[in-house]
Design a protein around this ligand. Structure first.
Ligand code: SF4
Ligand SMILES: [Zn+2]
Length: 112
């Protein structure tokens, strides 16, 4: 859904979270091409949260966010995904992983 996002930054975040969920699904649910329905739901949820994020391109990473807009169940699921896929992204998607680490250093500001 890249057209949903207002900036290059958010489109990149959407690609990053998709790569992480795909990796998790491949390793835990045996997905070979498309993620399983549960992981597709989680991805759609994460993309919808990004779309409505009050910080938009001024956001930090969701893991470092002071608001954390996820519902508790989805928050726990995405944390599990990140714990698994985060370190593995350094090998499979080094540029996205590095940029994501840098995003985590930003101080978030709400969009005006
Ligand atoms: S968790 Fe924070 S940074 Fe992530 S989408 Fe929600 S409000 Fe934005
Ligand atoms: Zn899955």
């Amino acid at each position: 859904m890249p057209h949903l996002f207002s900036s290059h930054r958010l489109r990149r975040e959407a690609r990053t979270v998709e790569a992480m969920i795909r990796r998790y699904c491949r390793d835990h649910h045996g997905a070979t091409t498309e993620p399983c329905p549960d992981c597709r739901d989680l991805l759609a949820y994460a993309q919808q949260r990004l779309h409505h994020c009050p910080f938009q391109h001024r956001k930090t990473t969701c893991a470092n966010c002071p608001v954390h807009c996820y519902k508790p169940a989805q928050r726990e699921r995405i944390r599990t995904v990140m714990r698994h896929s985060g370190p593995r992204m350094l090998l499979s998607h080094p540029v996205l992983a590095l940029l994501h680490l840098l995003d985590g250093l930003r101080r978030p500001r709400r969009k005006p």
